[in-house]
Design a protein around this ligand. Structure first.
Ligand code: GLP
Length: 234
């Protein structure tokens, strides 16, 4: 894992954007795995700005949504769908056939995960996966546990996840999430882990210890050959 400390959020976002561009230059129809939350928002703003100036540069880019809150209406402002549509998918003019996305309000979340898995198996693996670090060390909604799931699955959310700022204000917080699994993430050709926020000190300390444990899903990233961990200093 290549760990880099960046001087502030903007510098972290810029560095991530240059890595994304490096990969898109090599592969125009890159499949990008996209996390949500505060950590990648600056990166997506950079890419959106770039897309506005030069729409052709993302003309073949494909996106897969990393995870989603279960049970929220698709257009709910707290949904990952709303987040990615407004920050990335619409600004970069990604058409439906180049965007793979869990439906948050699917009546059958297990079947929805199977649908995404089949589509990912057919069009994947992910070329470049953008991840954030959960305050409990989760990746997507792969929560700390004695066993982790390799593939897309419905995940019961930890209290840490239910306290995430995206859903903090909701009176009825989601009890479950839909997420890519650890294998889906680890099969990515390259991974960028963005670490931003005061609540990341503890999982970052544990991650930096360099040991593998399912109780810290992010620690499995040490198994991957090409991970850039970009840490934004306050
Ligand atoms: C959330 C999401 C993840 C996100 C992570 C970190 O719960 N499920 O996709 O990467 O937690 O979020 P943030 O960047 O806001 O700290």
């Amino acid at each position: 894992m290549n760990i880099t400390y960046c001087k502030g959020y903007e510098a972290m976002s810029q560095m991530a954007a240059s890595l994304v561009n490096q990969e898109i230059e090599k592969k125009k129809d890159l499949l990008l795995g996209a996390a949500t939350g505060s950590s990648p928002a600056g990166l997506y703003a950079q890419l959106a700005g770039q897309g506005a100036e030069d729409p052709a540069c993302f003309g073949a880019l494909r996106i897969v949504k990393l995870d989603e809150w279960g049970g929220l209406p698709e257009n709910h402002p707290a949904s990952c769908e709303h987040y990615l549509r407004t920050r990335l998918v619409d600004p970069l003019n990604i058409p439906p056939e180049r965007y793979l996305s869990f439906q948050s309000a699917s009546p059958d979340p297990v079947a929805e995960c199977a649908r995404i898995q089949a589509a990912l198996d057919a069009s994947g693996p992910i070329d470049l996966c953008i991840l954030g670090l959960g305050s409990n060390g989760h990746l997507g909604f792969n929560e700390p546990a004695s066993q982790l799931e390799p593939h897309c699955h419905v995940a019961r959310l930890s209290e840490a996840s239910r306290g995430h700022h995206m859903v903090q204000a909701l009176s009825d917080k989601p009890a479950f999430g839909l997420t890519l699994g650890m294998r889906d993430i680890l099969l990515a050709g390259r991974i960028i882990l963005l670490v931003w926020g005061e609540n990341k000190a503890e999982p970052l300390r544990a991650l930096r210890a360099g040991k593998l444990t399912t109780q810290l899903p992010a620690s499995l990233l040490w198994l991957h050959r090409r991970v850039d961990c970009l840490i934004g200093l306050p």
